[in-house]
Ligand binder design. Structure first.
Ligand code: KPL
Length: 301
């Protein structure tokens, strides 16, 4: 299997690095910058969960046209960059299955603007990865990963991708209902990301005790009502699931907190912002998500 990873940030570098380390032919495709320069010059420094650090040789490029045909493209760019990243990489998309490993709602629909729906896969992961410095990624925490076809029945490619990731040390399940998996991940992020970013606290502060627990619960309950109106049948209690992740990642700084702290654009529009928009379409009030969205946009500006 030939794989291209669009967006070698923390998760993209972790997945790409682990695939390369297990012998998969993988190319990381990134924008010019310190991280890509370091990867090209020195390879990936990968710190594993047991604390050991290895150097992994990776192919990296800023020019998708030079990569040649691939079987799978993993999309790991920020949600707001999906369309422009794919538009710049059309040479990779001729026959490939394209799998989003991103936060938020709407990414599979954006991918389907570029490839037939039968080739759109969606993945979710709760592995923790941190970009420590240019060229250096820490695999901070082991989690769960799932992939599936988003619009159609499970394809051989989805199964082969899950096997390749599992062989690379990222245990991956194939899911028949990828939209539900995406929503379940979104409900966790809606409960944790904006609140931790605005309050400047680690994820654990939202677990169990007020006022953090109350904010998480209200944001997730609103979003779950929107999910139900969207036709999604959740299999788990979404508030309990978000609290569990907050507890399990207690010391982590959420991705939105890191983005806001570093003055970068956040993924608020694809998370709480999308809950507000879809809530409006369904006639569902989402005051907590609306306030969180407004405050994050205010902080960004
Ligand atoms: O996915 C995450 C994120 O920060 O985006 C969680 C699960 C909240 C872990 O920090």
């Amino acid at each position: 299997m030939r794989v291209a990873v669009l967006g070698p940030g923390a998760i993209g570098s972790l997945f790409g690095g682990r695939l390369a380390r297990s012998g998969v032919d993988v190319t990381l495709v990134g924008r010019p910058g310190d991280h890509v320069t370091a990867l090209d010059r020195d390879g990936l420094r990968l710190t594993l969960p047991d604390g050991t650090t290895e150097r992994v040789a990776v192919d990296v490029t800023t020019d998708p046209a030079g990569v040649g045909p691939v079987d799978v493209v993993l999309v790991c760019v920020k949600a707001y960059d999906t369309r422009s990243a794919l538009a710049d990489a059309t040479s990779l998309l001729a026959d490939a299955a394209v799998c989003t490993f991103q936060n938020g709602l709407g990414n599979p629909e954006t991918i389907a603007e570029f490839v037939p729906e039968s080739r759109v896969l969606a993945g979710t992961t709760s592995h923790g990865a941190t970009l420590e410095s240019p060229g250096h990624v820490r695999h901070a925490g082991v989690g769960d990963t799932a992939v599936g076809n988003y619009f159609t029945d499970t394809s051989e490619t989805a199964t082969a991708l899950a096997r390749a990731l599992t062989d690379a040390g990222i245990d991956t399940d194939v899911v028949a209902d990828a939209p539900r998996a995406v929503w379940e991940k979104v409900l966790v992020n809606v409960g944790i990301n904006a609140a931790t970013a605005l309050a400047g606290v680690p994820n654990g502060r939202l677990a169990d005790t007020d006022p953090g627990e109350r904010v998480l619960r209200r944001a997730v309950e609103e979003a779950a009502a929107v999910a139900a109106a969207d036709g999604v049948e959740l299999t788990t209690d979404p508030v309990a699931a978000a609290s569990r992740v907050a507890r399990r990642t207690a010391e982590n700084h959420s991705s939105m907190r890191q983005d806001l702290d570093r003055g970068r654009k956040t993924e608020i529009d694809a998370l709480n912002g999308e809950i507000v928009s879809r809530g409006r379409e369904h006639g569902i009030d989402t005051p907590v998500n609306e306030t969180l969205t407004d405050l994050v946009r205010l902080a960004e500006s």
